[in-house]
Design a protein around this ligand. Structure first.
Ligand SMILES: [Zn+2]
Length: 974
């Protein structure tokens, strides 16, 4: 047993060598085609965990694979500082938030002494940036670090200003009044990156139907205004406080919590007085369409945060209302006065629905066996009924002029009519409330006036985005629909924030461009950033005063606009540098593959398409997107509360980087979530150690002389060729799981068979080591993108020079496919299995085994049968045809019987097999078996004889030979 490998030492030593030789630093090379890979730059407000590694590892595999296929591959990385997350995190730390302190010290192992420094957002960013970068180096990503930048670098800010000036000039930035999700504390719009748990706020519209008592209005929020005909009562929360307030000149009664919401939606609200719910209960109000007097009843389910806190009750068609009314009647069974009111409150049927009674809500309560109003089945009942009634329901006779109308139609008509009478308004709500800002405040909908929006609703822009998407590769392809949907669905999107880090809006310095707007064209900046760093002497003056770097610089280098003379004169940047940047941009752009996680399809990745299609000419539009699923931990979602987060660097220290790389990719293809576990990582580590062990055994000794390969040797080479073909197909589609299986696992089955067939090593008599070294060498090249460190170790141990990560990806044609050899081994394996089964069934320990291969005439009939089956000849005709041959006829019944069997088999055979066997013709089974007698003797530990059925000297005591068939020799045991 060899000593346990020191994974980290092994990996570090290869990483050092790669860095020393700068092999991942990629420059323009006109002799080579280029391949440009980018992955979403990380947000350094915490260390990365194992789950983050998936996207980057797949990007790295893709980069390495293309490098080996001869592409001059660029894979750069930067850091995204923009926005509120860093602010929020350092603020929470500053406030001593115990959850953050515990996560930082216990989960991420940050020394407590460090915490003080992290209370400043920029220090926190640089601390985690270093940590993330170290992790990316330790896991062996092939990144060109010369191009690293952050989104608060002055020149990056200047670049984003240029980007936004162009959008503005093209009319894609609008100033307007639109609803946005809003944090009242920060007084700023919020998007997915600004909320706790990264929730994208979802704004939806509901209606306020105005019930009335004298001159006081009770606005009820609802999504189904057409059911106003069936309202039997209103619900209010009995424990809440309501207010009477002047709203846009009307007197309203709403829950106290609704006041702020109304104000944020531009209603003028003045509170007159607070009213406890008890004061409103059991009073009546008037239905705005039927004029019926209905009571206000207690409903503890009425959420203070939802709508106005006043809800219409439609028990005939809303399961919640039906159940609440039932429960209420039970509760007040002993109160005479209340009971009278409740007895008069009866469900009203206003919608006819095929297959349901007058009261569909009651039907569904029965169907779902709902027990009370807290029963979770109520939600299912509600969803089912709402959707059925909306699509198939018809308004009944008691709905006036809407009678006979489809519900969907009636809804529109009623809204129109009530609006014209001032009896309805709309209210915007966060459908996925509560959405909490990173500062801890609950978000709401705000009508933002005179704010800056990117107009993704622009129809011409949508057309360009669609055109760009249509030309792109999307992996996995099934995500294309989601992209199309997003492009169609996107509207104006607030692009600036009041707080956070980032670039100021160039024409309105009070606003900062938000994180999902300044991160969509940074892939072009990687070309610039190399020169900004390399030629710092020239560019530092712009860093100090970015206004000195004019738009003309970006227009020339990135868009090819303007003349070099003017730009050189204006900027004093040497022409050779301007030319070099322009040439490098033209060489590397567009991005060939953008890697990200699939939850970014509906925002970042779609914005990326939009902005590129507008900013750059068509030939520089992005070529492809890969979006992968998440990583689960032992089958569960990773979460701090479950304490199942493994920080990436701790994972690497514990398992090694190659095991982590494979571990985050091995259990699922792109679209699905993968499952990482300690057991998996350890088993991968063991697998990789075993492969290094093989290399150690084979050593660096090359076998001299020209080899003469046996059929078995040729079989192994042929199998290797198939593996190369399958692995290449898999990696072309980034089916990494499949590639891992083929390369790290499946090849072993073939190697095991090869060794088993060869038996104990005979140094001079076979090509064993030569073949095994060839297999391992090719395999190592295929491993290099997946497990680069292990691959280098093996590569050097078997005596190869240079880095395997710089070697060529194996070609299928290097290792010839050999159909003959594959057929021969299939036969041998089949006979081995058949014999094994007979031994198992009979329990015999054989002293002798005899194999009888089929005689020549059987082969003749067999091939005829294959041909006849292909031509769909009838069985009778076939037998007649066979017996027409005088030689076969002379064999009598044996020939008739076999012909019948052969044609039957040929008819049932899959078409493909029939074709290939026809193509192969007579297989030299006698020779194949003759070569494997040794093997069978070794396997069964007895004498093995081999006869051909027609052999005159045949030893066939039980007459088994006549059972032999082509591809299926007869077996005799004694
Ligand atoms: Zn906030």
């Amino acid at each position: 047993m060899p000593a346990k490998l020191d994974w980290r030492a092994l990996e570090r030593s290869w990483q050092k060598k790669w860095n020393w030789r700068k092999i991942y630093e990629t420059n323009l090379d006109p002799r080579k085609p280029k391949y440009y890979v980018t992955a979403a730059y990380p947000y350094p407000n915490s260390p990365q965990h194992v789950g983050h590694a998936r996207t980057y590892t797949i990007a790295d595999v893709n980069a390495r694979y293309h490098r080996m296929k001869g592409y001059n591959t660029l894979f750069p990385m930067g850091f995204h500082y923009t926005g509120t997350p860093l602010f929020a995190m350092s603020k929470r730390l500053g406030e001593g938030d115990p959850e953050i302190v515990e996560t930082f010290t216990k989960v991420y192992g940050i020394p407590p002494a460090m915490l003080e420094k992290l209370k400043d957002p920029k220090s926190m960013a640089s601390y985690f940036r270093e940590d993330i970068k170290k992790g990316m180096m330790e896991i062996g990503f092939s990144i060109d670090w010369r191009r690293e930048f952050t989104t608060i670098d002055p020149l990056y800010n200047r670049y984003i200003e240029w980007h936004f000036q162009i959008l503005n000039r093209k009319g894609l930035i609008t100033k307007g009044t639109h609803p946005v999700a809003w944090c009242p504390n920060d007084k700023s719009p919020v998007g997915v990156v600004d909320t706790q748990g990264d929730v994208e706020p979802d704004i939806g519209e509901s209606y306020l139907v105005k019930f009335r008592k004298d001159d006081v209005i009770y606005p009820t929020s609802t999504l189904r205004p057409e059911t106003v005909f069936g309202v039997t009562n209103l619900w209010i929360n009995p424990d809440a406080t309501y207010v009477r307030a002047k709203v846009d000149g009307e007197l309203w009664v709403v829950i106290k919590e609704a006041v702020e919401k109304l104000q944020h939606q531009n209603h003028k609200v003045t509170i007159e007085r607070e009213i406890p719910a008890s004061e409103l209960l059991w009073k009546t109000v008037q239905n705005p369409v039927t004029n019926n007097e209905i009571p206000i009843l207690p409903g503890s389910f009425v959420e203070p945060d939802n709508g106005t806190g006043v809800v219409m009750s439609v028990p005939g068609h809303a399961p919640y209302d039906y159940q609440a009314l039932t429960d209420l009647k039970k509760r007040y069974a002993n109160s005479a006065e209340s009971q009278q009111v409740l007895q008069d409150t009866k469900p009203i049927s206003i919608i006819r629905l095929e297959g349901f009674s007058d009261l569909p809500a009651a039907d569904l309560i029965g169907k779902f066996k709902v027990k009370d109003q807290n029963d979770p089945h109520l939600e299912h009942a509600t969803q089912e009924l709402y959707s059925k009634e909306f699509h198939d329901g018809i308004m009944r006779e008691n709905t006036g002029s809407y009678s006979g109308m489809l519900v969907a139609k009636a809804r529109e008509a009623i809204v129109r009519e009530l609006a014209s009478q001032g009896k309805i308004e709309t209210l915007l709500e966060l459908r996925n409330a509560p959405v909490v800002c990173r500062c801890g405040t609950k978000c709401l909908v705000h009508i933002l006036e005179n704010q800056w929006f990117i107009n993704y609703g622009d129809p011409e822009w949508k057309k360009l985005a669609h055109k760009c998407l249509d030309q792109m590769a999307i992996l996995p392809e099934e995500l294309r629909g989601e992209f199309n949907y997003t492009i169609d669905w996107l509207r104006e999107r607030a692009c600036a924030r009041a707080v956070g880090l980032g670039t100021k809006l160039p024409w309105d310095q009070n606003w900062i461009i938000e994180a999902l707007s300044d991160s969509v064209v940074y892939m072009a900046y990687y070309i610039l950033s190399k020169y900004f760093t390399k030629d710092w002497v020239i560019f530092k003056k712009f860093e100090n005063d970015t206004s000195r770097l004019p738009d003309a610089f970006f227009n020339f280098t990135l868009l090819g606009e303007g003349t070099i003379d003017t730009v050189a004169e204006q900027t004093r940047i040497p022409k050779r540098i301007l030319n070099a940047i322009r040439a490098e941009f033209q060489y590397f752009y567009p991005v060939d593959m953008r890697h990200s996680a699939r939850d970014l399809v509906s925002n970042h990745l779609s914005f990326y398409i939009f902005h590129h299609s507008s900013l750059f000419p068509e030939k520089q539009w992005p070529k492809g997107i890969v979006a992968n699923g998440f990583v689960l931990m032992e089958g569960a979602k990773m979460s701090k509360s479950l304490e199942n987060i493994i920080p990436l660097r701790q994972g690497i220290a514990k398992f090694g980087s190659d095991p982590v790389r494979v571990g985050v990719m091995a259990t699922a293809e792109l679209g699905q979530d993968t499952d990482f576990s300690e057991g998996l990582a350890l088993s991968i580590q063991e697998r990789l150690s075993a492969l290094i062990g093989q290399a150690r055994k084979l050593g660096a000794k090359k076998t001299a002389g020209k080899p003469k390969f046996s059929t078995l040797d040729r079989w192994m080479v042929s199998r290797l060729s198939s593996a190369v073909q399958s692995a290449t197909n898999a990696l072309d589609r980034l089916r990494v799981r499949e590639a891992i299986n083929i390369i790290l696992y499946q090849l072993d089955n073939d190697i095991a068979w090869y060794k088993r067939r060869l038996g104990p090593k005979k140094p001079r008599s076979d090509n064993r080591d030569r073949i095994l070294r060839k297999v391992l060498e090719t395999r190592t090249r295929m491993m290099a993108p997946l497990t680069p460190h292990t691959a280098e170790e093996i590569w050097s141990r078997i005596g190869n020079k240079g880095f395997v990560v710089q070697a060529d990806w194996p070609q299928e044609s290097e290792n010839e496919k050999d159909a003959l050899a594959e057929r021969a081994e299939a036969l041998i394996r089949q006979a081995l299995e058949d014999t094994g089964e007979i031994l198992k069934a009979t329990g015999i320990t054989p002293k002798r085994i005899a194999y009888y291969t089929a005689s020549d005439w059987k082969w003749e009939v067999y091939l005829k049968a294959l041909k006849a089956a292909k031509e769909k000849m009838r069985q009778g005709d076939f037998i007649k045809d066979v017996m027409g041959d005088p030689q076969l006829r002379s064999l009598g019944k044996a020939a008739v019987d076999y012909a019948a069997k052969a044609i039957q088999q040929a008819n049932q055979m899959p078409d493909e097999m029939r074709q290939s066997r026809l193509r192969d013709g007579v297989t030299a089974e006698s020779t194949i078996f003759a070569d494997s007698v040794d093997f069978y003797q070794r396997e069964f530990k007895c004498t093995v004889d081999l006869w051909n059925e027609g052999d005159p000297s045949i030893n066939d005591p039980k007459g088994r030979a006549r059972m032999s068939e082509p591809y299926r020799p007869a077996i005799y045991l004694e």
